[in-house]
Structure formats: structure tokens, C-alpha cells
Design a protein around this ligand. Structure first.
Ligand code: E4P
Length: 215
């Protein structure tokens, strides 16, 4: 499973990259706004750190505006993937951009049929939002399972990016279902690496070692 990091924070991206855990980065307008810096400057900085797909989201809601923004954004770096909201205008833009050889990530996917339509429009990636569905007492992981099945049934090459990840179980269950990618917030990424028994084991080893050294 590929791990993307879901943040626009440069320090978090650097730290996660130094762990060897970043295959790509996803951003969205809310994550960019939190950084208080200019959008394209942030994207340029991210591209300089990570050599993998970097999702940058368009702001326009109409097809023409989305396509115009996308054509500018891809000039920043060869790794830019255009994040497009799942709407009818978004589907039209996805088809146009795919035909131009521009990679797309259709975002804000909340139903399997939305994912199927995005794949038919030629999307490179789809992003189902697991945590936001869980918040509504709907099982977000069921959505991931359905999308993986649909894409397998029909041989779509569109990759599934599990998004709105809130905890390690979202990552584990998505991996068991065969989702291609999880885009993970930095705090959740750190949680994946930890276990209380690991900490307890290290402490016991150190205590025994120090005792033997007479410390
Ligand atoms: C996906 O690409 C989005 O940036 C992100 O996963 C949204 O997560 P949230 O629901 O925690 O805002």
C-alpha cells in the first residue's frame, strides 16, 4: 500500500519523508489555508521535498475554470495531480484533462457510484472520504470496499486513495481490502508506528542492560 501524507505543512512533510513513509502528498483548500502562505509557493516547496504525486485542488466550480486552473498548476512540476471535486462539471473537466494527459484526483467521493463515474471519466485517482462518513454514522470503510470491488470487476486502472483518515484502523482495514493508497494525517502516521508493548520492551531491555553495567 502506498502512503500519501494529507497535509500542506512543510515540517510535517519533511519529517514523514525522512521516515521513508511518503509516496505522495494530498492537499486541499482548507489544509492550504491553515498554512497562511501563497498556494503555488507551498506546492512548489512540497514538490521539492517529495518525488511522487502531489495533489493540488482547483477552486473553480465550473468546467472551464477547473481546466484553466489545472493547465496552470501542472506547469509548476511534473508530479502535480489536479484534485477536482466530484460534480458533473468536475467529471467533464476530468475527461478533458485526462485526454490532455493531465493526471486527476476526483475528491469528495461519498458513494460508490460517484467513484464509478469518476473512473469512467478517466480519473487517475478517486478519493473516498472515510472519516466524514463515519461522522454521520455511515461506515466509511464499506464505501472503500465497494469501490475496490467495482474497480476490480471492470478492470479500471483508477487508483483508490482512502481519504479523511482519522485513525490507524482506517489504514489497516483499507489495506486489507486492497485499496491502493491511504492519505494519512501526520498524527495518525506517527500512531501507526507505535505500540505500548514496544515501549515496554525497550524499557525492560534498557533496565536489564543498565543493571548489568552497575548503573
Ligand atoms: C483528502 O484528500 C482530503 O484532503 C482529506 O483527507 C480530508 O480529510 P478530513 O475529512 O479530515 O478533512
Amino acid at each position: 500500500m502506498k502512503f500519501f501524507i494529507d497535509t500542506a505543512n512543510i515540517n510535517e512533510i519533511k519529517e514523514a519523508a525522512s521516515m521513508g513513509m511518503v509516496d505522495g502528498v494530498t492537499t486541499n483548500p482548507s489544509l492550504i489555508a491553515k498554512e497562511g502562505r501563497e498556494f503555488t509557493e507551498i506546492i512548489k516547496d512540497i514538490c521539492a521535498i517529495v518525488d511522487g504525486p502531489i495533489s493540488a485542488e482547483v477552486i473553480s466550480l465550473d468546467t472551464e475554470g477547473m481546466v484553466r486552473e489545472a493547465r496552470e498548476l501542472v506547469k509548476i512540476h511534473k508530479n502535480i495531480v489536479i484534485k477536482i471535486p466530484m460534480t458533473i462539471d468536475g467529471l467533464k473537466a476530468t475527461r478533458m484533462l485526462t485526454d490532455e494527459g493531465i493526471k486527476t484526483n476526483v475528491t469528495l467521493i461519498f458513494s460508490p457510484l460517484q467513484a464509478l463515474m469518476a473512473a469512467k471519466a478517466g480519473a487517475t485517482y478517486v478519493s473516498p472520504f472515510v472519516g466524514r462518513l463515519d461522522d454521520l454514522a455511515q461506515d466509511g470503510l464499506v464505501l472503500v470496499e465497494q469501490i475496490v470491488t467495482l474497480f476490480d470487476n471492470y478492470g479500471f486502472t483508477t487508483e483508490v486513495i482512502v481519504a479523511s483518515v482519522r485513525n490507524p484502523l482506517h489504514v489497516l482495514d483499507s489495506a486489507l481490502m486492497g485499496a491502493d493508497i491511504a492519505t494519512i494525517p501526520f498524527d495518525v502516521l506517527k500512531k501507526l508506528a507505535g505500540h505500548p508493548m514496544t515501549d515496554k520492551g525497550i524499557k525492560a531491555f534498557m533496565d536489564d542492560w543498565n543493571k548489568a553495567q552497575g548503573k
